[in-house]
Write a new protein. Structure first.
Length: 256
């Protein structure tokens, strides 16, 4: 008997049986043995039908197919669905419109109240506003009339010049001088960060473009802090001299 034959016999003698492990059935201890995948323990490829299909759990030890969604939609958790997920459109910029309206000509103030605390930040957009007589545009939080609005900003009071304006006031000044009493497509974007925080001071920034009473187009860029603890639940938009609005609109968004 050759050496090669001896080695082959020794190797064959070393295998005394084949035992199926997890996910496999079959095996044996003699002769030719067969092992196969256990269909109850593995995910069969036939569960998916098309490009982009997902496999998710619908319950313990239970999987189902979730077909591909619409282009540009994202996978979102939804406990109301069988799979626990769904495809959904992305909210534009992650912003949700909370309130909107136009300024009545019979009032100098508009208050947005009962603001939901379910978002990270707030964005207030004020458009096309002007007053019956030249006035500053101001903003208050939670109806607070104290000297609790600290701000610092840059503005152009005359063409070609830049100046600073800052300090404490009884409201945030969204314009730094009187806006003209005519519709000049004035616009302010006011951002309030972490507004639902109940233990820290609030931080805001805002930008405004407006026509001043001296016929200069003025751009301002400002930041400030509301020096009073507590979540913000209301915002008041107002003139500084009780002059009524003559036009304009506002939109308040919650940012996720």
């Amino acid at each position: 008997m050759t050496k090669a034959r001896d080695n082959a016999d020794n190797w064959a003698a070393d295998i005394t049986g084949v035992t199926a492990g997890t996910g496999i059935t079959g095996g044996g201890t003699s002769g030719t043995v067969t092992v196969t995948l256990d269909g109850a323990a593995v995910i069969a490829p036939t569960i998916v039908d098309a490009k982009g299909d997902l496999i998710v759990a619908s319950a313990a030890d239970t999987v189902i197919r979730v077909p591909l969604g619409t282009n540009n939609h994202v996978l979102t958790a939804d406990s109301a669905t069988t799979s626990g997920v769904k495809w959904a459109a992305v909210s534009a910029g992650g912003m949700t419109l909370l309130s909107s309206g136009t300024f009545s000509t019979s009032t100098s103030t508009v208050t947005i109240s009962s603001i939901s605390g379910s978002y990270k930040d707030l964005r207030l957009v004020i458009r096309d506003y002007y007053f019956a007589s030249a006035s500053y545009l101001q903003l208050r939080l939670n109806g607070n009339t104290g000297n609790n609005y600290y701000a610092l900003g840059l503005w152009a009071p005359t063409a070609g010049n830049v100046a600073t304006n800052g300090g404490k006031n009884t409201a945030f000044l969204l314009t730094y001088d009187n806006a003209a009493a005519s519709n000049n497509r004035n616009k302010t974007v006011f951002n309030l960060f972490d507004y639902a925080n109940t233990t820290e001071l609030q931080i805001a920034d805002w930008k405004t473009i407006y026509q001043s009473n001296t016929n200069n187009e003025v751009f301002t860029s400002s930041s400030g802090s509301f020096l009073d603890n507590g979540a913000i639940t209301s915002i008041t938009i107002m003139s500084n001299n009780s002059s009524n609005f003559s036009g304009g609109s506002y939109e308040l968004y919650g940012i996720s």
